[in-house]
Ligand binder design. Structure first.
Ligand code: FAD
Ligand code: UDP
Length: 392
């Protein structure tokens, strides 16, 4: 009999498996329908021996020392600060928009103070900021919104920014200084030997058994377990009883080129040209030396693997129905980006999983007759989840 059946071997499932096995001595079975562990953060060496991220670029950044230290138990880190250029009006300019972006785009020599005045002069007045369009036009005006955000967002989500919750474009700040880092989090680093190696270390414990290439529905009736942790799409768990929750998908086109370096930055965004949104060059992220280089193009899709929950009011309403059903399902715990329908980064999912672990152990402590219950703390996950914009 397993204590826990964990569906999904991504961050959410693996963190819980690791904690439950090593800290609580629980017997755990981790099941994933894919052929590998790591979920969307899975990386591997391609046939030329270059480390690539199968499901698109994964850059680790967090403001949580707890999360960074926790993952540091399973990997050494390579310091890495991410940078992105956007292809706009025939030029490659820093993204997020900063002082250099404006000066390069318009051939100006503004100072930080002057660019602040420039933004004020073009910004639109928006009484209540609700949508992803509001966020941008209220800061940098319509023209820059059209050049950098409108079409990229239309491609990425199949929706206009005016239809999407403000949280989506709030992820990308605007700056009046020359800071060209994509993130400003306190901790920014890549796992030195890759994500998959880190997951292997997390899951390497005699109490943890792993079953790959298996949909949990195929085996759930045959395997005895006490509680389930579910990290797949929440609507799928409930057989879509309230309707399908929309998730946005991507198609990844990987390529290896016979040159040492291909791009002028680790990632180049293409808001206005091409069907793809961005190209990533993996060696820039991993620091690997190789005479060839591997890149990936991201083509947004409506159908396919569910990668992004789509933050908009009607989806939040639909998710609320599934959340209620989830809360009323005894002995099944829903955690992670798909199961809680939240556009979370990796660190937020780790924090959410650590918080669930604490809740589970608190519950167990409370059930013991001789020891009083210890109040559960949700401060870590709340800190990460409620911050907005999440990259600043
Ligand atoms: P997942 O990694 O999706 O794991 C869920 C697992 O459950 C999957 O392996 C799936 O196969 C399995 N599963 C689902 N249903 C079943 C079933 N029925 N039976 C068995 N198994 C099942 N975050 C960052 O912090 N930085 C980044 O740079 C970044 N870049 C990203 C780029 C892209 C293109 C995408 C899509 C995401 C990115 N993220 C990034 C987000 C990051 O991928 C997620 O936060 C994280 O991987 C979520 O972990 P998870 O465990 O919740 O879900
Ligand atoms: N975005 C944009 N133009 C860009 C970069 C981002 O319009 O050049 C918008 C787009 O809607 C995107 C969102 O901002 O989905 C969040 O960007 P981020 O880079 O965080 O997306 P992710 O890495 O999660 O795909």
């Amino acid at each position: 009999m397993f204590d826990y059946l964990i569906v999904g071997a991504g961050f959410a499932g693996s963190v819980l498996a690791e904690r439950l096995a090593t800290r609580s001595n629980k017997k755990v079975l981790v099941i994933d329908k894919r052929s590998h562990i790591g979920g969307n953060a899975y990386d591997h060496y391609n046939e030329d021996g270059i480390l690539i991220h199968k499901y698109g670029p994964h850059i680790f950044h967090t403001n949580s020392k707890d999360v960074f230290d926790y993952l540091g138990n399973f990997t050494d880190w390579r310091p890495y600060e991410h940078r992105v250029l956007a292809s706009v009006d025939g030029q490659l300019v820093p993204m997020p928009i900063n002082l250099d972006t404006i000066n390069k785009l318009y051939g100006l020599k503004l100072t930080s103070f002057e660019v602040e005045q420039f933004f004020e002069s073009v910004a639109e007045e928006v009484p209540v900021i609700k949508t992803s369009e509001d966020v941008v036009v209220s800061k940098v005006g319509r023209e820059l919104y059209n050049k950098f955000f409108k079409n990229y967002t239309n491609k990425q989500w199949g929706l206009d920014p005016s239809q999407l919750d403000k949280s989506v474009t709030s992820r990308v700040p605007t700056r009046t200084n020359r800071d060209d880092r994509y993130f400003t989090d306190t901790f920014q680093a890549m796992p030195l030997h890759g994500y998959t190696r880190m997951f292997e270390k997390m899951l390497d414990h005699p109490n943890i058994k792993i079953m790959l290439n298996t949909d949990y529905k195929e085996i759930v009736k045959f395997i005895p377990f006490k509680e389930m942790i579910f990290t797949g799409p929440v609507d799928e768990y409930f057989d879509f009883q309230f309707g399908k929750l929309p998730y946005r998908s991507l198609e990844f086109k990987h390529d290896t080129l016979n040159e040492e370096q291909h791009l002028a930055a680790p990632v180049v965004n293409f808001p206005n040209e091409h069907a793809y949104t961005r190209i990533t060059e993996f060696k820039a992220l991993t620091g690997q030396k190789h005479s060839k280089t591997a890149i990936v193009y991201e083509y947004p899709q409506a159908e396919g693997d569910p990668y992004y929950p789509i933050p908009m009011p009607e989806n939040a309403e639909l998710y609320a129905k599934y959340k209620k059903a989830a809360d009323e399902t005894p002995n099944v715990h829903f955690v992670g980006r798909l199961a809680t329908y939240k556009y979370y980064n990796m660190d937020q999912v780790v924090a959410q999983a650590l918080t669930l672990y604490k809740k589970l152990t608190d519950k167990e402590e409370a059930a013991k007759p001789v020891r009083p219950a210890i109040a559960g703390s949700t401060s870590l996950v709340e800190k990460l989840i409620n911050r907005e914009p999440s990259k600043e």
